[in-house]
Design a protein around this ligand. Structure first.
Ligand code: SF4
Ligand code: FES
Length: 207
């Protein structure tokens, strides 16, 4: 069997993402989406055939230049007795996986918002792996992975990419090339990466 070509995601100026050699793509509910060797994926937020591009970016004059990214590009460290967690707000897509999985550790209402000693090391490792953006890591930074599809299309949110190489500079300090979140709404200030603007704007898949 011939070796599989490496999966990549290219970024077309004022146009879609171009995904090549993707082995697996799923929607936010875990259902498979059939892949092709080359796929144009919507990133203007307005295709009628999401997640695929239907050319609408041309009609609406989509401008893919990044604006002002949300969140500082700063790597914070939260030290616990056994585990130290790092976090960069610039990378965070606000998927809130962390707060859902271990609310006693990751709680935006407490100060500091990450308190590793309120959870077990195993619990914290599971959260760091589940974080789709790589905003959370263990000190190093050491990233952990969830072994999900190469592209997961979050409902009303970004593409979660785990594995494929994205042809763009990294989104911020402490980022890993192994997992990133890519903007699907067209509103991010840190394109092609998601900066959580979809949530702020209340962007929906039906847009
Ligand atoms: S991207 Fe990571 S750090 Fe940000 S809210 Fe989601 S799980 Fe938490
Ligand atoms: S999908 Fe566009 S900012 Fe998150």
């Amino acid at each position: 069997m011939p070796d599989r070509k490496p999966p990549t995601i290219g970024v077309r100026e004022n146009g879609p993402l171009v995904a090549r050699n993707i082995a697996s793509m799923r929607d936010g509910e875990g259902r498979d989406i059939a892949t092709k060797p080359i796929m144009a994926l919507c990133r203007c937020g307005h295709s009628a055939n999401k997640p695929f591009c239907d050319g609408t970016h041309n009609k609406i004059g989509f401008d893919s230049r990044p604006g002002t990214p949300a969140g500082p590009d700063r790597l914070f460290e939260y030290a616990g007795r056994e585990v130290t967690v790092t976090y960069n707000a610039r990378l965070c897509s606000h998927a809130a996986r962390c707060a859902a999985l271990a609310p006693q550790v990751f709680d935006p209402a407490q100060k500091p918002w990450v308190q590793p000693d309120k959870g077990s090391p195993g619990e914290i490792r599971a959260v760091v792996a589940a974080c789709p953006s790589g905003a959370l890591a263990l000190a190093g930074p050491q990233h952990l992975f969830a072994e999900r599809a190469e592209i997961t299309v979050e409902k009303h949110g970004p593409y979660w990419v785990e594995g494929p190489q994205v042809e763009a500079p990294p989104p911020g300090k402490g980022a890993t090339a192994g997992k990133v979140v890519l903007c699907r709404c067209g509103l991010s200030g840190n394109k092609p990466y998601c900066d959580g603007s979809h949530r702020e704007a209340g962007w929906k898949d039906g847009s």
